[in-house]
Design a protein. Sequence first.
Length: 318
Amino acid sequence: AGFSMLSANSAMDTVFDLFRKPFQPLYPHVVFIDPAADDAAHQLEQELLNGELAYVWLETIQVEGNAVRALPPHLIELVNRHRATGGYLVGVDETQTHLTTGKFLHSEGVIEAPDIIALAMGLTDSIFPTGAVLATDKVMQAAQQTNAARLHQLKHEVVNQLSAHITLHSLQQVDAQGLVSQAAKMGMYLKSSLQALATSFPLLCDVRGEGLVLAVEFDLSGYDTFIQQSFGYFLWGAMLRDPEYGVAVVVCPVHNRSLRIMPPLTVSKLEVDIIVANLRRRLTEGVEAIIQSCAAYAATRDDQRLAGFLTSLVKAKA
């Protein structure tokens, strides 16, 4: 979804324009509204009622860029309230939030009868690339009238039987093993464990998300700008190379003060404890030691230039 710019198109992020701009005008006639803006509700209501709006596209939790921030409820309420008057369709990007948040659809009970829902990662727990689109009869009938040939192509030609086969069996196992409720349970345990960690380490300044879609953010005030913009990579590498248990987290090239922690639906309590223990060891070491370990690793790969640069950052801070 990200490579088709589907998620990027539902994510209002001025920094993310770095990735969006090369593809423009892939989606022309689009208005982005920053949900964190002071006048977001005013902007949104104006667009919803201007008589020209055809489609509202959103994530109930913005995951892209390691944001992992829920869309403010009052903005969702406006979208629901004005649908009849505005005459627009509503689509929900659930590529990263279905199943993993502890619900089959995170938008269920939040968005009133969405017209289109995009699914992807959760269908096979990110093991095999697949995606699907759910649409109402109203949307399908309109598509048939507008471009029957394109609709036929999407339904019958742009398909992959192997993906469909694996997805079906994956969903059957998710249901049989109760993995959605398991994701909710383990997600609460992981989040509470990370929040407890934050009380001991001020560097860890925020823990957010739902289910197994979580993000942690770090307070890097006072550090070199390069460290602030790259720390996620340093920590990601250090956690992977942990001599006891390596852990893979999600790093974002745009927002490097955050890491996304998104374990599989089958994650156990023991594995959650391993994740938290790994992060605890890194936080105990501190920022300088993490960067120095990355410098040492670069040296083992004979990248003396990078090793020297990282070491200079540590010395400058000292």
